[in-house]
Write a protein that binds this ligand. Structure first.
Ligand code: NAD
Length: 450
């Protein structure tokens, strides 16, 4: 699953490495990705910032229990696996100094593919204007650090709510691990209203769950099925009848079942829910991944092209969810994850229909996550917005454009389908009960968009 592209492989060899350094070319490194049994972080993790807040006390205990080695100083001769900085007590921009003071020496001592995780509070909950400014400033700092880091290291921000900091532990662990290899420069919002249901086996957090993945015959969908299966879920793999052969192969590989359904069919949702119920006893996780592009400049886009993209990528989700979110569909405490795109955030030349559909997906997340009925049932709804991911969809892009798309991000390489799948598996776990209504870009901090 995890193969670097040809250029990345070249610049990590002897001659290529020297050539890239001499010519000042991008020097991507093979990213640290999760493998079963891997340590939760790759080296000791420095904890700093406002060192004695409830947020950091809870995190320290949780990280230690999860097997992370913590340190409060930068040990001589040792490379750090990561830095976690707690800024939850910041009340004015002057308090940001403790972030600088922690990060400045630590950044020089980071190991390959290390992680910077900043923990702060939601700006909207601030009780004064200076406090709101300080909280918001964390986003700018984290994103800048992400752009300064080299050698596969990433920086992300986790916003927590007062009193429920424990719910952030799963997010911080995800960010320290190889599961978040291509997640960079992102803001993770952890809500307040639910305790973290934990105690799951960290290697099989989805054990006993039934998950449906649409568009599972190939590309990102196939790796979502593999990753959810690896994490313990029984996976129902859905794709069009024309992809039946590869769909069956993926379903067999993950020990799940295949269901040939066109997601645009009126009865698609009802058929998926019925299959999950009758074959597997219910439904816990739905991943709406199936998607298409029909790229043209808007001036050259006819009604048929426009409608097909909107229908597969957006309207089908609305229609299917009538059955999937009904009482006999997704179980209480269920998880729904949608696949958007950075094109839906930044827009893209020639992709107005696709961008409309993928921005619409973000609207769906906002709408469902605020739905009181779904909140009462403990159902969370989140989305991933992939950037440039190495799949058949992106292999069709002309070479020069493809190479630009691949390099224009902080990690100077395209992501792999498994990178998107890992973030989806993160959202799908019981431990993420307090994470809903968020959109996380899996884009290596692409320079396109926000
Ligand atoms: P892909 O074309 O390789 O695979 C898409 C799968 O969806 C195929 O197996 C296809 O048969 C299936 N599908 C299409 N229409 C369907 C329908 N009507 N009913 C059921 N199945 C259908 O694409 P991919 O690159 O794996 O993309 C997966 C998702 O990720 C899509 O939603 C795409 O928009 C999104 N995405 C991809 C990238 C990228 O760089 N590859 C970037 C951003 C977002």
């Amino acid at each position: 699953m995890a193969r670097p592209d040809g250029y990345t492989a070249f610049v990590n060899g002897g001659l290529g490495k020297r050539l890239a350094a001499t010519l000042g070319l991008p020097q991507p490194v093979p990213l640290r990705r999760h493998s079963p049994g891997a340590a939760p972080a790759d080296g000791p993790v420095l904890v700093g910032g406002h060192a004695d807040t409830p947020a950091i006390a809870g995190l320290r205990a949780g990280l230690t229990a999860a097997g992370v080695t913590l340190t409060e100083t930068v040990p001589e001769g040792i490379r750090l696996g990561g830095v976690v900085v707690d800024l939850t007590a910041a009340v004015t921009p002057a308090d940001l100094e403790s972030l600088r003071a922690t990060l400045a020496p630590a950044l020089k001592r980071l190991g390959r593919c290390a992680r910077v995780v900043v923990v702060g509070r939601h700006p909207a909950d601030a009780s004064s204007v200076p406090e709101r400014a300080a909280r918001r400033a964390l986003e700018g700092i984290t994103r800048s650090v992400g752009k300064e880091l080299r050698a596969g290291a990433t920086a992300n921000l986790v916003l927590v709510t007062e009193g429920t900091e424990a719910a952030a532990l799963g997010t911080v662990l995800f960010l320290l691990s190889g599961r978040s290899a291509y997640v960079d420069g992102q803001v993770f919002r952890v809500g307040s209203d639910r305790a973290t249901a934990d105690g799951a086996d960290p290697e099989r957090p989805l054990a006993g769950k039934v998950a449906v993945v649409t568009g599972a015959a190939r590309g990102i969908g196939a790796d979502i099925a593999r990753t959810l299966g690896r994490d313990g879920a029984t996976v129902v793999c859905v794709d069009v009848p024309a992809a039946g052969g590869s769909l069956a192969a993926v379903a067999n590989e993950v020990g799940g079942t295949a269901l040939q359904v066109d997601v645009t069919a009126d009865d698609a949702g009802a058929r998926i829910a019925a299959h999950a119920r009758t074959r597997h006893g219910g439904l816990d996780v739905v991943v709406h991944n199936a998607g298409i592009t029909r790229d043209r400049l808007l001036a050259n886009t006819d009604a048929e092209r426009w409608a097909s993209v909107l229908d597969v990528n957006l309207l089908s989700i609305l229609r299917m969810n009538e059955a999937l979110l009904a009482a006999d569909g997704l179980r209480d405490g269920g998880r729904m994850v949608l696949v958007s795109s950075i094109a839906g955030i930044a827009g893209n030349r020639g992709q107005s229909s696709y961008a409309a559909s993928k921005a619409g997906v973000i609207g769906l997340v906002d709408g469902y996550a605020a739905d009181e009925g779904l909140v009462a049932r403990g159902i969370t709804v989140n989305a991933v917005a992939p950037g440039f991911i190495e799949t058949e969809m992106t292999a069709r892009i002309p070479l020069a454009t493809r190479e630009i798309g691949r390099r224009l991000n902080s990690l100077a390489q395209g992501g792999l389908p498994v990178d998107v799948a890992e973030t989806i598996a993160f959202f799908a776990a019981d431990a993420q009960a307090a994470v809903s209504g968020t959109v996380v870009r899996v884009c290596g901090q692409s320079l396109l968009g926000a």
